[in-house]
Design a binder for this molecule. Sequence first.
Ligand code: SF4
Length: 167
Amino acid sequence: MGWDELRDAVSACRACDLCKQRKQAVLGVGDAHADEPFVGQAGKLLDAMLAAIDLKRGDNVYIANTVKCRPPGNRTPEPSETAACWPFLARQIALLQPKLIVALGRPAAQTLLQAEVKIGAARGQLFEHQGIPLIVSYHPAYLLRNLPDKAKAWEDLCFMRKTMKGF
Ligand code: SF4
């Protein structure tokens, strides 16, 4: 599947219940026909975090949602939903061939590492997903609710920057 076919497949997908309330399935930044992922306050925070280390979405940074249909009330996706949507994310990764993956939040980390993950314990470590270096950090929506952990997210950004410099 190329990008166009992937976009069409996601738009037509009914593999989990999240399709019932979606307005639009969102593949990721770079998708000209869809809303962007990570909008609202969490998106603003993510952009500010990226800017702090001289990165910008759409400019050597691709942001993809773990599930392409936004869960109602922005709740955390269920494991069955992340599992149903995984083939789309897997295809995005195959097409993008990123040098580094940063998994934000537990659902993303668990999906990519196929293991139980606690962000607090896993952050600061270098993992890999099918040979691609992977680090984990907090989801911006979590950080908005847990401001003291912002300092840890900043440490994670520095770790991410350091890891990228090593390439
Ligand atoms: Fe399909 Fe993913 Fe949307 Fe579920 S969240 S309906 S698997 S595109």
